[in-house]
Design a protein around this ligand. Structure first.
Ligand code: FES
Length: 320
């Protein structure tokens, strides 16, 4: 069972035209749970279309006195309700329910140097990482792409705190100013690279990092949304232990179908990035859309992430 934390919004700052920063303070005025850099929380938002769960990175330095958490939310034009709700219905004094912090994107403390690549609101997980790394004397550099300086959230803060470690790339300045994967080339051995942004950007930088010779374990990334499946055909899942047959509709994930059928199926990130929802596959072939399994593990078709992966056959048999 998930235990949530009731919080009150105690401050809202308009960072850019589309990004707001929210300060969330424990309703009981007790200290909030500690977290590691790169962590996020889930917010539970009671919108008109039902309860939505949305994940947001924590911006604070993990050693801050944890009287409050800070998150930043970009209002998306194609919002399905989460960011719209936070931007329009939430004000100072509003009460929200949040999860305990979780971390699927922590910096490697074995790395000799860290290269952070952020696009737009993808800057958020790197703020706590940079606080922590600079405090412990580790070297890092941030390459941050945004549409323009005005639309670059935390621009002044970053310029002030890390003037020698940040480079900004504004697409409004023309194609020559765009952030390119070449910034990862020629880095010292032992460098780890981290990407946070849209799927296309993450895929491009991940492929480039591999081509530059970075080992898989030195490449870290966080996606805003799950990888888009090539096809979304309905399929049947036979749950061998529960003796149930369920149909996963075209617009549904296997995880959603399991919950609809009353099956206890744990999850966390819902974008194929954490491994919490992994299940054993006994029969059938899987179309994998997660970022957890290695290429070798995928070819065995004996496990899958239910939040994103689907069948590439008519029926899967699961050990559930
Ligand atoms: S819930 Fe994280 S991989 Fe599925």
């Amino acid at each position: 069972m998930h235990v949530n934390i009731p919080v009150i919004v105690t401050r809202i700052i308009q960072e850019t035209e589309t990004v707001k920063r929210f300060t969330l303070t424990a309703k009981t005025m007790e200290l909030l749970p500690a977290f590691s850099s790169g962590s996020h929380i889930t917010t539970f938002l009671p919108t008109q279309t039902g309860m939505l769960e949305r994940h947001y990175s924590l911006l604070n330095d993990p050693v801050d006195m944890l009287l409050s958490y800070e998150i930043a939310v970009q209002k998306n034009a194609d919002s399905r309700g989460g960011s719209l709700y936070l931007h329009t219905a939430v004000e100072v004094g509003s009460e929200l329910s949040i999860s305990y912090p979780k971390n699927h994107f922590l910096p490697s403390f074995r790395a000799r140097h860290h290269v952070f690549i952020a696009a737009g609101i993808g800057i958020t997980p790197f703020l706590s990482m940079m606080s922590e790394l600079s405090r412990v004397g580790k070297t890092f550099e941030l390459h941050y792409a945004a549409k323009s300086q005005e639309q670059c959230a935390f621009y002044s803060q970053l310029q002030t705190q890390y003037p020698d470690s940040c480079r900004f790339y504004f697409s409004a300045d023309g194609p020559a100013a765009r952030l390119q994967p070449v910034v990862m080339a020629g880095q010292p051995i032992g460098t780890h690279v981290y990407f946070c942004g849209p799927e296309t950007m993450v895929s491009q930088f991940r492929a480039a990092a591999l081509s530059f010779g970075y080992p898989e374990k030195s490449i870290h990334f966080e996606l805003f949304t799950p990888i888009t499946p090539i096809t979304r055909s309905p399929f049947v899942a036979e749950l061998r232990k529960s003796n149930k047959l369920i149909t996963v509709e075209e617009k549904q994930s296997l995880l959603e179908a399991l919950h609809q059928a009353g099956i206890h199926a744990p999850y966390s990130c819902r974008v194929g990035g954490c491994g919490t929802c992994a299940v054993e596959v006994l029969e059938g072939t899987v179309a994998h859309y997660d970022t957890v399994l290695t290429d070798g593990e995928r070819t065995q078709h004996n496990q899958m992430m239910t939040c994103v992966s689907r069948a590439s056959c008519e029926k899967l048999v699961l050990n559930l």
